[in-house]
Design a protein around this ligand. Sequence first.
Ligand code: PXP
Length: 242
Amino acid sequence: MAKLGVNIDHVATVRQARRTFEPDPVWAAMLAQLGGADGITVHLREDRRHIQDRDLPLLRQTVTVELNLEMACTDEMVQIALDLRPDQVTLVPERRQEITTEGGLDVARTQVALADAVQRVQGEGIMVSLFLDPDLDPIDRAAKIGAQAVELHTGAYADAPRDRRAAELDRLTRAGQRVRHHGMRLHAGHGLTYRNVGPVASLEEMSDLNIGHSIVARSIMVGMQQAVREMKDLITAAARGH
Ligand code: PXP
């Protein structure tokens, strides 16, 4: 059965909207673990738009399931990973202007830098996963580089109109077979929701699914009623003079 890595970046997005202390992604990580998360994923972006440096050591100290650090392939980030020692590093492409990670790594163009980062991080006993579009060429290159895992970008599948869905699932199936053929661990993520996760979770030997936005969005919806009731109770008590 595939493991669930819960990406808590967007809890931090809400916090950073006010540059305040709440909601704290460290607390959210605890609740996610109580809910059964097999892993906690955070993306420390170079522009620090959501997760902050302060969050990382706190998460390292408190997360008892797998901690997966998503990051760009830069010297600064590799050093942060070596200091933090997460259980896993996922290398992703990063562009300042993007709303979210828009595509997989361009392995052909960045092969030397990726190989160097993989060697340095895996050399310290931390598994490295490369975030790739579900195409065969980047997967073959990832295997040559020696990455232990590949995370397939499921965005095209998630965004596909109904008549393209089956074709995108076939693409993921073939890519997954290639990842396993090379003996690498198979991960997937991006754009997965309560509606579309099933077929991806069913792919053969799927090891880890990383899901963020949809879970954080739903947690707001399932928590809103209680949150409002608690505030209403305080106001009612104040009106009664308590
Ligand atoms: N996997 C990777 C590599 C990502 O960059 C992201 C987005 O940060 C996710 C998974 C989670 O995507 P989503 O928030 O759409 O579930």
